[in-house]
Ligand binder design. Sequence first.
Ligand SMILES: Nc1ncnc2c1ncn2[C@@H]1O[C@H](COP(=O)(O)OP(=O)(O)OP(=O)(O)O)[C@@H](O)[C@H]1O
Length: 253
Amino acid sequence: MSDAPPRGTADGQMGDAPPRRTPDGTVSEVPLLRARGLRLAFGLTEALRGVDVDVCAREIVAVTGPSGSGKSTLLHVLAGVLAPDAGTVDYGGVRVTDLDEEGRSRLRLAEFGFVFQYGQLLPDLSAVDNVTIPLLLTGIRRREALRRAGEWLDRVGVGDCAARLPAEMSGGQAQRVAVARALATGPAVLFADEPTGSLDSLAAETVMLALTGAARESGATVVLITHDPRTAAYADRELTVRDGRVTFGGLVG
Ligand SMILES: Nc1ncnc2c1ncn2[C@@H]1O[C@H](COP(=O)(O)OP(=O)(O)OP(=O)(O)O)[C@@H](O)[C@H]1O
């Protein structure tokens, strides 16, 4: 969005991040996220067993694979939520895997947005207030935050739900509010873990249309986990994870 706050100063080292919007509006060929040799075990369970992944600026990448194959773990490591046992993640000019917990937290707040499968909206707040909260946290004044939140709800097709509580919306409407909330602060990368996992196919379609449309419009890169081929079909590229390894489509070029 043109009125999004400036991005990329989580630790003051984001100046050499590749451009997210190429002059002709296409996806950049330069990896924005670059992971190499990722390994992570939970006790005896090797969730990631040597994963290499590139995600280019403005790309929409679907991560697919069987249950328990390591998809969520990979997303959490790419997003700096989890630190791997071995391997590197680079985001623009920042080596995420060299940051401590606090540095990763600042990076997430400044650069990343998240959408999950369930229960992400604050139940006691209306749709518009749910979208307003992260804007207020970036220091935007309430009146302006409300205006932007309303615009985002319109953009994802749920402007008429602005005053409703999450319990007064359908699952698909609530997920579109969650998409608006995740994108309203202008994140460079949107990470979505099964965003349509709890929805019927029609609602899933409306959510994916809203998510991909809004992400493309705002120039956000998207990494989304799904085991629904119809959801994966909205992506520019699909990569497959099996037994902790990327078996298909991890690298570009
Ligand atoms: N916090 C944890 N503690 C222990 N084991 C874990 C933890 N998180 C994940 N695992 C294990 O790591 C492996 C990969 O899990 P992960 O959640 O990444 O898979 P997934 O492909 O996302 O699965 P699903 O599609 O069912 O969500 C699984 O064997 C899982 O049980």
